[in-house]
Design a protein around this ligand. Structure first.
Ligand code: ATP
Ligand code: NCN
Length: 223
């Protein structure tokens, strides 16, 4: 999609407990807005800040992500399991080292920007790769007022300028606005606590496969 230069990849880390249509939608939206080649989903073995109690097994969350990412330029990975990392700062440093000829941007919803200052070495995350934040209903105000934004705000760049840069550098913060999507994994779990039983146990695929992801792609999903 960039046409030249290194491939540009968006990384969306998440619990995916379960994956839902908004994950797919924000990924496709970010890909278009930032001119990304692909988006990789990093299905987390366990968010360090989330309770383990309501967390489905990684294999079920991974399977739900595969289903949501079907026929889209999205690769589903459990790379943190393979790298042995739990904290994003460690993951991103290892990913950047493993794929030195790719350019990465960290994607997250504004709910995560609102509490980004609680993440381990969050400034180092921002120094490792650019960050693009996607608006999320109910969180944009706290995100803009957040301690992390007070520091990150000085690195803010407009979307178009960022997209057209020949080379990306960090820190850089891009705010992506689009019509809000209210879907959340919390709401799905409330409606279907047993959602994981829809996904039979299966082996997890390690690593990132690099088979080309070819069109035709399917559009957004409604669930
Ligand atoms: N509707 C949405 N709009 C914008 N960003 C979203 C949306 N849903 C999820 N995200 C972002 O996708 C990433 C992964 O999200 P996650 O797997 O935690 O889903 P979630 O719906 O936020 O889950 P939960 O409700 O359990 O907290 C996070 O960066 C989150 O901010
Ligand atoms: O590194 C941290 O301190 C940290 C704290 C909270 C969340 N994260 C990461 O943020 C991503 C989004 O998490 P979640 O649970 O909101 O989907 C996921 O990749 C987590 O591992 C990372």
């Amino acid at each position: 999609m960039t046409g030249h230069g290194p491939a540009r990849i968006g990384l969306l880390g998440g619990s995916f407990n379960p994956a839902h249509g908004a994950h797919r939608r924000i990924s496709l939206f970010a890909r278009d807005a930032l001119g990304l080649d692909e988006v990789w989903w990093l299905v987390s073995p366990g968010n360090p800040l989330k309770p383990k109690a309501s967390m489905a097994p990684l294999s079920a969350r991974f399977a739900s992500a595969l289903a949501q990412a079907r026929r889209a330029p999205i690769r589903v990975t459990a790379i943190e399991r393979e790298l042995g990392t739990r904290f994003t700062v460690d993951t991103l440093k290892k990913v950047a080292r493993r794929w030195p000829r790719r350019e990465f941007v960290w994607l997250m919803g504004s709910d995560n920007l609102a509490q980004f200052h609680k993440w381990r070495r969050w400034r180092d995350i921002a120094r490792t790769m650019p960050i693009a934040v996607v608006a999320r209903p109910g969180y944009d105000r706290p995100a803009f007022a957040s301690p992390a934004m007070a520091w990150l705000g000085r690195y803010r760049v407009p979307v178009a300028g960022f997209r057209n840069r020949a080379e990306w550098s960090a820190p850089a913060l891009v705010i992506l606005r689009f019509d809000p999507d209210k879907r959340s994994a919390t709401a799905i779990r409330q409606g279907e606590p047993d959602w994981a039983s829809r996904y039979p146990a299966q082996a997890l695929r390690d690593g990132v496969t690099h088979r080309p992801i070819r069109p035709p792609f399917e559009p957004e999903r409604t669930a």
